[in-house]
Design a protein around this ligand. Structure first.
Ligand SMILES: Cc1ncc(COP(=O)(O)O)c(C=O)c1O
Length: 382
């Protein structure tokens, strides 16, 4: 019997469910003739800021642009140090390097995969300008001690909330947990468009105004350039698509959280709890499960990935190499062993299929395939 494939995330399914509204929104933009900025982008920015509870929202071309806008908007550049975790998507590091600042890593909490606040203080120097916590996989970093350190040492907090739209720390939503908060609307994110898009939110009017200019070549008045900005604009078509999707955020987050609960129970039911270390959910916030990431014994991980893929089950390794070990930062002199928790996570993590509409049947199929891998590997050992 052949089983239907289970995708890692179902972008097409979500489009099909909303197709009439999304198509109408795209056609509305095409018919308006206003494809660059304009009313769709402005309306999305208001709706985004309202959802997050922030004063200002600003759409941009991607999550990477959002990080660059935040760093440039806060005048961070050469000679400045920014503290970040080594276990995150490359853009967190890349944006710091691209503004000419110096990245300083603080290792992660091995259970949540987020930056460990206890590792931060010893990394602060006179050159430190900002801390950039990443809310990985949908769970907020532990913000209270980070905010305390930032206050004590006069540092900016820039949230990389690319994977955590709608997540909360205590009762505060992502988008209000830093002086600038950065989002990605890449298709697989909690809300994603059908292309690239991102946004920043802030309560700081001066920084907001600077980022508005930076997004459009640093210009407040057309053809007069106050700053060296670039083209970081959000396309109106993507703003229109995101306006269709934004009202579904809570329902989709509920779907992801339900699916995570089901995985937790199924791992138990299939007696895979000795194989998978389930995600650690901190009581301080709302995890939105952009990804459901388990930890597997490193000697099993890659073979299990190959088996899942062979059986038509989507999976991914976020991320296979800690950032301090990437080729492009070799010249910075980091060594193996510098960030042991990040290095260990890179060898053990495995993301299972996760999207709001995933069914119990699909999740059982994932578990069946994982269990069949375990049976096969036990036989091989015997
Ligand atoms: C943690 C993190 N930061 C930044 C980004 C960059 O976002 P984008 O791909 O929209 O540029 C991503 C995207 O995957 C991300 O996961």
């Amino acid at each position: 019997m052949t089983h239907p494939a289970v995708p890692l995330c179902d972008i097409l399914g979500q489009y099909q469910a909303l197709q009439p509204e999304i198509d109408a929104a795209v056609l509305r933009v095409l018919a308006s003739g206003q494809a660059i900025l304009g009313p769709e982008v402005a309306a999305f920015e208001r709706e985004l800021a309202d959802y997050c509870g922030a004063k200002f929202g600003l759409g941009c071309g991607s999550g990477t642009d959002a990080l660059l806008l935040a760093l440039h908007g806060l005048d961070i550049g050469p000679g400045d140090e920014v503290i970040l975790p080594p276990f995150t998507f490359f853009a967190t590091l890349g944006s710091i390097l691209r503004v000419g600042a110096t990245p300083v890593f603080a290792d992660i909490d091995p259970l949540t995969f987020n930056i460990d606040p206890d590792q931060i203080e010893k990394k602060i120097t006179r050159k430190t300008k900002a801390i950039m916590p990443v809310h990985l996989f949908g769970q907020c970093a532990d913000m209270e001690p980070i905010e305390q350190l930032a206050g004590q040492f006069g540092l900016h907090v820039i949230e990389d909330a690319a994977q955590s739209f709608g997540s909360c720390y205590e009762r505060r939503k992502c988008g209000t947990l830093g002086v600038v908060s950065c989002f990605s609307f890449y298709p697989s994110k909690n809300i994603g468009t059908l292309g690239d898009a991102g946004a920043v939110t802030t309560n700081d009017e001066a920084v907001y105004k600077k980022m508005v200019a930076l997004r459009n070549h640093g210009s407040e008045v057309k053809y007069f350039h106050k700053y060296v900005g670039w083209n970081a604009r959000l396309d109106a078509i993507h703003a229109a698509i995101l306006r269709v999707k934004l009202p579904h955020t809570e329902e989709w987050i509920a779907g992801r959280r339900e699916a995570a609960k089901r995985y937790d129970a199924l791992i138990e039911e299939y007696r895979l709890h000795g194989v998978f270390h389930r995600p650690t959910v901190k009581p301080y916030g709302r995890h939105t499960f952009n990804q459901y990431v388990v930890r597997v014994a490193p000697h099993d991980r890659d073979a299990m990935v190959a088996h899942l893929k062979k059986e038509g089950v989507g999976c991914e390794i976020y991320y296979p190499l800690s950032l301090h070990q990437q080729e492009c930062v070799k010249h910075m002199g980091f060594k193996e062993g510098d960030y042991p928790h990040s290095e260990a996570a890179a060898k053990a993590v495995l993301a299972l299929p996760m999207f709001p509409e995933i069914t119990e049947q699909q999740q059982r199929r994932v578990m069946d395939v994982c269990a069949s891998y375990m049976r096969q590997s036990v036989k091989l050992v015997a």
